[in-house]
Each structure stands twice: as structure tokens, then as C-alpha cells.
Design a protein around this ligand. Structure first.
Ligand SMILES: *Cc1c(COP(=O)(O)O)cnc(C)c1O
Ligand SMILES: [Zn+2]
Length: 417
């Protein structure tokens, strides 16, 4: 059932057979080439709609040779209308694509890992590994456990506690590197070929990235088989936003949606903004940065797909913007208070960037805009330390409660007065 023709270099076009491989001989990344005519013949809206609500309802569009054998219940997360957030930000209509409740590890990374793990099994790997800013480590550890594979996860030593525990619990072997993500990634590139392991974002990267497309396919289907005029995507390595653009193009090409313009809006933290800085300078040539931000899941200073992400944004007529750590926390709180959705720091980045670009007129107030919430707030609790009213404690006595209510009502009563 495979619709894969092979691998191809994104720069020089050199063709490769389907195999685990880090980059082309020219050092540029590889991409999967598909039989688009085959897609056109097989895929219809009705066929897709008749399938179970998970990412594999689009299974022909991922680079597997056979049916997926594990990680079956991933994706098809809610696309929810966000009227109270829209009102707070002064937009006509906003939607939240809520991957904070993706199964099984509460981030969009389950999509990419679902493809990578199945591909690793097709290639015969017994051990999978990754270089991670946190969510990928959780996801690889969980999917590997369920598939009965060994997992090694390489992470920066200073990650959030929840993301460390949330990998260790699955029995994965943790390698904590005293350094930032870019140093972790460099080490992994050096060892990927020597151990016979499937590194999901190194020698399986061309396949892994394809899993991201499922988020965009779902958005288009959930909107009633049409493309949103704008979509805001948080960026780390730049893989997700690049694939969102690719997925929308594929849907147009196959004829599953009407051709329509869509703006890709890239969101980063000011403390790690190589891609949005490049977009603002009007070039896809980004300059690497040394990350310093509470949005650790996005803290990649030398993004592997940064060039392609910036180019996709620019050719779509979209925009890139970044926000400070304080704005990120405000964004997390605003999303929670208006829509009851607790996203992680990366979600705070998405919300705060949307607010800023609406103010600057770079997102139109009339454009229906989809905001990608890609991770769960329970994993980044430390970002909210000291930022919330955590209430008062009283003894279990009615007088104490009444005194508390009376005190709370005083200023309110004056206002009503
Ligand atoms: C990994 C990640 C992203 C985006 O990552 P890319 O490397 O740009 O594909 C966005 N949000 C969260 C929470 C992530 O963990
Ligand atoms: Zn090449």
C-alpha cells in the first residue's frame, strides 16, 4: 500500500532509496517523494471520513510500507472555536487546535513519533533514540515502551522536572547532557550511525517530519474540508510549520480542498528567535542563537529546518513574531482564563504572538485564524511559579469563611454602591 517513491535531497535533488539516512552527500536534508497520482486515485473525503478518528485516517500520506503496527491512537485532537479568546484579542473568529490533549503524551510530538516508530520497526531497529527539548523525549519513551523497543533519550540537563520524570517513567534510558539542545543534537548526529539505533529526529528525520502533516490535514477536515486563511504555529526546529504548509498544498493538489491562500504565521520566544528574526529581516538565511527562554520546548538556537520554515512563511505571505517570557506567561493565563485550556509555554508563545500581530495588523481581525496549542501546561508548571493567585488557607470553621467572604466583598460592594 506504499505511496512512497523514494527519498530526495531538498537542495541538489539527488535520489536515494528508502533507508535510514541523516542527510544528503551535499549535507542538505532529505525529503520523501510520493506517488501523487496514486493519492488522487485512492483518496476521497468519504473514504477518509469513514475511518477511525486518529491520524492514520490519512495513512496513505505517511511514508510507511505497510499498515501501522503500533501508536495507533494518535491525533484527531479537538479543533475548538475560541469565542472568548477572540473577543479578548479583538478578532472575529479564532480556533484552537488542541494538541495539549494528544494521546498518549499530551503534545504534538506524538504525531511525528507515531510515524518514526513504525518506520523504525519496518527498518528492523530494536532501539530508538532522540535528541530532545523535552516533549519528544516523553513521546519516544512512551511509544517505544508500548512497541516493546528500547529507548535512549538525550536531553539538556536543565529540563523541566515534569519532562524528565515523564520520560523516565516509561523505562527509557536518559542521557542528560551538560549543555543546550544544539549541543545535544550535535552529539546525537555524531553517534547516530555508529550504534544501529533509529534516531527519530536524526537518521529517521525525513520520515519523522511527515507525521507533522497530520495536524494540518485534521484542521482542514475539521473546518469542513477547507483551508484556514491563517494559522499560527510555534517553531523550534521549524519542522512543524514547514509540514503544515506542505500538507495544505498536498490537499489542494489531490483535490480534497479548494485552492485558497493561507498565511503561515511562525511564533517564537524572543530568547530564541532565529527563524522569526530572519523573517523580519526578509531573508530565509537565519543566524544561530544561544537560547535563553522559559519556552524550553522551543529552545533550538540552530534549527534544522529553519531555512525552509522561514521560506514557507515568506512565500505564504505570512509573518514571524517573537514574544518575551512575561508575554508568554500572560498568554498561557489568557488561554486558560478565556477558553479553559491549559497549554504549556509554547502555547503561551502562540497566544502572545497572535495578540501582537493582531495589534500590528499583520493578522487581519477578519481572518479566521487557527492557533496551534502544541503541548500541555501540566508539564511546564515551573513557568507559573509565583505568577498566580493561589488562594488563602483557613481553618475549617464557618466564622473564618464568613470573615473571608466579608473581606472579599468590601471593595466590590463599594463599586456597586
Ligand atoms: C517540538 C515542539 C514544537 C515545534 O517543533 P518543530 O521542531 O518546529 O517542529 C512546538 N511546540 C511544542 C510544544 C513542541 O514540543
Ligand atoms: Zn544534496
Amino acid at each position: 500500500m506504499s505511496y512512497v517513491k523514494g527519498l530526495r535531497c531538498r537542495e541538489c535533488g539527488k535520489a536515494y532509496a528508502v533507508a535510514p539516512r541523516v542527510v544528503c552527500d551535499c549535507l542538505a536534508p532529505l525529503e520523501v517523494v510520493y506517488d501523487v497520482e496514486g493519492w488522487k486515485k485512492t483518496l476521497t473525503r468519504q473514504k477518509i471520513e469513514s475511518r477511525a478518528p486518529n491520524m492514520w485516517r490519512y495513512r496513505e500520506m505517511f511514508p510507511l510500507d505497510g499498515e501501522p503496527v503500533c501508536s495507533r491512537w494518535v491525533g484527531f485532537t479537538p479543533l475548538v472555536e475560541a469565542p472568548r479568546l477572540a473577543e479578548a484579542l479583538g478578532a472575529r473568529k479564532l480556533w484552537i487546535k488542541n494538541d495539549a490533549v494528544n494521546s498518549p503524551t499530551l503534545s504534538f510530538k506524538d504525531r511525528v513519533v507515531a510515524v518514526a516508530i513504525n518506520k523504525a520497526i519496518e527498518f528492523g531497529f530494536k532501539t530508538v533514540a532522540c535528541a530532545s527539548t523535552g516533549n519528544l523525549a516523553n513521546s519516544v519513551a512512551a511509544h517505544a515502551a508500548a512497541a516493546g523497543l528500547d529507548a535512549y533519550v538525550f536531553i539538556p540537563e536543565d529540563l523541566e522536572e515534569a519532562k524528565i520524570l515523564g520520560s523516565a517513567v516509561y523505562g527509557a534510558k536518559l542521557i542528560k547532557i551538560r549543555g543546550n539542545y544544539d549541543q545535544v543534537n550535535r552529539l546525537c548526529s555524531q553517534i547516530a550511525n555508529d550504534y544501529g539505533w533509529g534516531f527519530v529526529n536524526v537518521n529517521l528525520r525525513a520520515f519523522y517530519g511527515e507525521g507533522s502533516k497530520s495536524l494540518a490535514y485534521e484542521v482542514a477536515e475539521q473546518l469542513g474540508w477547507r483551508l484556514p486563511p491563517a494559522i499560527v504555529v510555534p517553531m523550534a526546529g521549524g519542522s512543524l510549520i514547514t509540514r503544515v504548509g506542505k500538507a495544505f498544498q498536498e490537499f489542494i493538489e489531490i483535490g480534497l480542498v479548494q485552492p485558497a491562500p493561507f498565511k503561515l504565521i511562525g511564533a517564537q520566544a524572543t530568547g530564541c528567535s532565529p527563524i522569526t528574526s530572519a523573517v523580519k529581516r526578509g531573508t530565509p538565511e537565519y543566524e544561530p542563537q544561544k537560547p535563553s527562554t522559559i519556552a524550553r520546548s522551543l529552545a533550538i538556537g540552530n534549527p534544522a529546518d529553519g531555512y525552509y520554515a522561514a521560506r514557507s512563511i515568506m512565500t505564504s505571505g505570512g509573518a514571524g513574531e517573537d514574544v518575551t517570557d512575561d508575554e508568554i506567561v500572560d498568554g498561557m493565563k489568557l488561554l486558560a482564563e478565556t477558553e479553559g485550556i491549559f497549554g504549556e509555554t509554547a502555547a503561551g508563545v502562540t497566544i502572545a504572538v497572535t495578540r501582537k500581530l493582531l495589534q500590528h495588523g499583520k493578522i487581519s481581525r477578519d481572518d479566521e485564524t487557527v492557533l496551534c496549542v502544541t503541548g500541555n501546561g501540566l508539564k511546564t508548571l515551573d513557568a507559573l511559579e509565583g505568577k498566580l493567585d493561589l488562594g488563602v488557607s483557613i481553618r475549617p470553621r464557618i466564622e473564618e469563611f464568613e470573615a473571608l467572604v466579608a473581606r472579599a466583598e468590601q471593595p466590590a460592594a463599594a463599586n456597586v454602591g
